[in-house]
Design a protein around this ligand. Structure first.
Ligand code: COI
Length: 356
């Protein structure tokens, strides 16, 4: 296996790429991984051994602390190609900032910018052939940090491993989403960890989501823990509504992830002089708007989900069919604009794209 040393990152390349086995015209989300991965270890208070190596199995002790007490956080980001074949990352510094907010809250060490950004750049550069050019596809990038102490006492781990793996993929949701408003289970509460990308936030969602899926919905919409009236997030996405030409989204706080796509959509809406409100929105308000025919659009935003139209909302035993997806002006416009910015077809006014 050829090994090279580039800045602080050692690189061991695969001897034979797997890329010819991949059907880039039939990519699902998150099942196929590129040739290489990046790892760096945190030991004795220092980041050491940053390395790119062939993607593959890792060995770990069954006593690895993250497996027991959930010191495990992650990010989701994407790389695209423009018409010249150059590879561009979408707002990577936002992911860098957010993983360290998660790290702080979970009593984990923060990751230095040089490790995060150099690891990311060199990995994606090395596997640039894996960045798809097919419509709607991209290279999904999953940085994650886990506690690695071999110890089952409950305390923050002393040692950690930071990984980056990448996966070429298509849309996360392949059709408009039917959601059920959850009024029994809770995702997050003030003072909790709902605002960070902790693995446990996703684990706890699986059982209520499965119950909703057994009833024919794709996802649930979380409501506030106290009254189950105010809408928070849906599955893997932030939530947005267009009512009476106003874009409304729940405000950030302890219980809602500060989505990077959420921020990008709000920024574009403001650029276009649309009225934007980040404020509490109750299910009663949404149903009332639906009944008055002023609810024009409902959609989720997320890195994996991109812009996911919501076609139906279930609440207290009743299903509310939302306006036809084809008639939704804002979500189509913003989705197109984001695609165009990411692939270099529209002006990148906010300097969101980072060329590798
Ligand atoms: C993302 O959108 O990147 C996410 O992390 C959601 C997910 C697939 C868990």
């Amino acid at each position: 296996m050829p090994t090279t040393q580039s800045s602080l990152i050692k690189t061991k390349k695969v001897t034979q790429s797997r890329i010819s086995e991949i059907d880039f015209n039939n990519l699902n989300f998150g099942k196929v991984f590129s040739d290489h991965m990046f790892i760096a270890d945190y030991k004795n208070g220092e980041w050491v051994d940053a390395e790119i190596m062939p993607y593959g199995q890792v060995q770990m002790s069954p006593a690895t602390s993250a497996l027991h007490y959930g010191q495990s956080i992650f990010e989701g980001m994407k790389a695209y190609k423009n018409d010249k074949g150059e590879v561009l990352l979408f707002r990577p510094f936002e992911n860098y900032k957010r993983i360290n907010i998660s790290a702080d809250r979970m009593a984990m060490p923060t990751i230095p910018q040089a490790i995060f950004m150099e690891g990311l750049k060199q990995l994606v550069k090395l596997d640039s052939q894996w960045v798809p050019t097919t419509e709607g596809a991209s290279l999904y990038i999953r940085p994650f940090l886990v506690g690695t102490d071999e110890y089952i006492g409950v305390k923050p781990s002393d040692e950690y491993r930071f990984y980056i793996i990448t996966a070429p993929g298509g849309a996360y949701y392949t059709e408009p989403v039917k959601v059920l408003v959850e009024t029994n289970f809770i995702r997050a509460v003030e003072g909790g960890v709902g605002f960070v990308k902790a693995s446990g936030n996703y684990g706890r969602s699986l059982y209520p989501t499965r119950l909703a899926q057994q009833r024919g919905y794709h996802q649930i919409v979380w409501t506030d823990a106290r009254n189950h009236r105010y809408l928070e997030e849906s599955g893997t996405m932030n939530l947005m509504f267009v009512i009476d030409d106003v874009l409304i989204t729940p405000p950030l706080g302890d219980t809602i992830l500060a989505g990077i796509t959420r921020d990008s959509v709000l920024t574009l809406a403001r650029d276009w002089h649309m009225k934007v409100q980040e404020r509490k929105i109750s299910i009663d308000e949404v149903i009332d708007a639906h009944n008055r025919e002023t609810l024009q659009e409902a959609f989720g935003t997320g890195t994996a989900a991109t812009i996911a139209h919501i076609s139906l909302i279930g609440f207290e035993g009743k299903d509310y069919q939302l306006p036809p997806v084809e008639n939704r002006i804002f979500s189509h416009r913003v989705s197109k604009e984001l695609d165009n910015i990411r692939t270099g077809k529209a002006e990148d006014k906010h300097n969101w794209m980072y060329k590798i």
